[in-house]
Design a protein around this ligand. Structure first.
Ligand SMILES: C[S@@+](CC[C@H](N)C(=O)[O-])C[C@H]1O[C@@H](n2cnc3c(N)ncnc32)[C@H](O)[C@@H]1O
Length: 217
C-alpha cells in the first residue's frame, strides 16, 4: 500500500469555487442523481460539461507503467463515467482489455463509441465480477460518494477483484482551512477525511492497493 500520484500528468483542472457560492440542498440532491445535470448541466450541479478531450492519455500511460499492464490483461475503472479513461487505456496499450462500472445510466448512455459494451451499470460496493478477475482496479474520485460503511465495502470489492493491485483517489484535505473550503464546495462526497483517517479506513477494509488525494488548493 503506497501513496502515489498517478494523476500527476493530468492538466490541473481549476475547481471554480465561486460557481458554487450559492450551493443549496437542491444542488446537492440533483448532483447525486448523476444525471444530465451533473455531467452536462450548469456548473452549480457538477461538471458543467463532461467532454472527451484526451487529457487522460498521459494518465493512462502512467497507470499502465505503474501496474505493468500488457495486452491481454484486464483492468477495471470503478466510477468510469463516460469511459474516457477506459478508452485511453486501450488506446495507449492496444490489446489491453479495459472495462468500467458506473452507477450513472446517463453517463453510460452517453459514453465514448470506442467503449460501447465495455461499461457496466452497477455500484462500487457490489461489483459483478469474479474474485481476482482483473490485473488492476482503478477508482478515481468515486468511492467517497458512498457513506463510510459502503465505501469500506467498495474498497473490499476492489481488493477482491485485484488483490493489492488497486489505485484509489479520494477527496481529502490537509488542514482545517482546506477542510472548510472543501465542505463549502462539495456536492457529492458523503464521506471524506484527512489522509490519516483515509489510511485507517483502507486498513479497516483490508485494502492493500495504492492511493492518492484530491485536495482543493
Ligand atoms: C467525480 S465523478 C468521477 C468520474 C471519473 N472517474 C473521473 O475521474 O473523471 C464520480 C463518478 O462516480 C460515479 N458514482 C457515484 N456513485 C457511485 C457508485 N456507488 N458506484 C459507482 N459509481 C458511482 C458517478 O456517476 C460519477 O461518474
Amino acid at each position: 500500500m503506497a501513496e502515489v500520484n498517478l494523476l500527476a500528468a493530468l492538466p490541473k483542472g481549476k475547481r471554480n469555487l465561486n460557481a458554487r457560492s450559492t450551493k443549496t440542498d437542491e444542488h446537492v440532491r440533483v448532483s447525486r442523481e448523476y444525471g444530465q445535470a451533473y455531467f452536462d448541466g450548469p456548473r452549480e450541479y457538477g461538471y458543467g460539461g463532461y467532454r472527451y478531450d484526451g487529457r487522460w492519455i498521459p494518465v493512462a500511460r502512467d497507470m499502465i507503467a505503474h501496474f505493468g499492464l500488457k495486452p491481454g490483461d484486464r483492468v477495471l475503472d470503478v466510477g468510469c463515467a463516460k469511459g474516457f479513461l477506459v478508452k485511453d487505456l486501450m488506446q495507449v496499450c492496444p490489446g489491453l482489455e479495459a472495462f468500467g462500472v458506473d452507477v450513472s445510466r446517463y453517463a453510460l448512455d452517453h459514453c465514448e463509441r470506442d467503449v460501447v459494451g465495455r461499461l457496466h451499470l452497477g455500484s462500487a460496493d457490489d461489483l459483478p465480477f469474479p474474485d481476482g478477475s482483473f490485473q488492476a482496479v482503478i477508482s478515481l474520485n468515486t468511492v467517497h460518494n458512498l457513506e463510510r460503511p459502503d465505501c469500506i465495502r467498495a474498497l473490499r470489492e476492489m481488493q477482491r477483484l485485484a488483490p493489492g493491485k488497486g489505485f484509489v483517489q479520494v477527496d481529502s484535505y490537509r488542514t482545517p482551512e482546506q477542510r472548510a473550503v472543501f465542505v463549502d464546495w462539495v456536492l457529492t462526497a458523503k464521506y471524506h477525511d484527512y489522509p490519516d483517517g483515509w489510511i485507517k479506513t483502507f486498513q479497516e477494509a483490508g485494502y492493500t492497493g495504492d492511493y492518492y488525494w484530491t485536495i482543493i488548493e
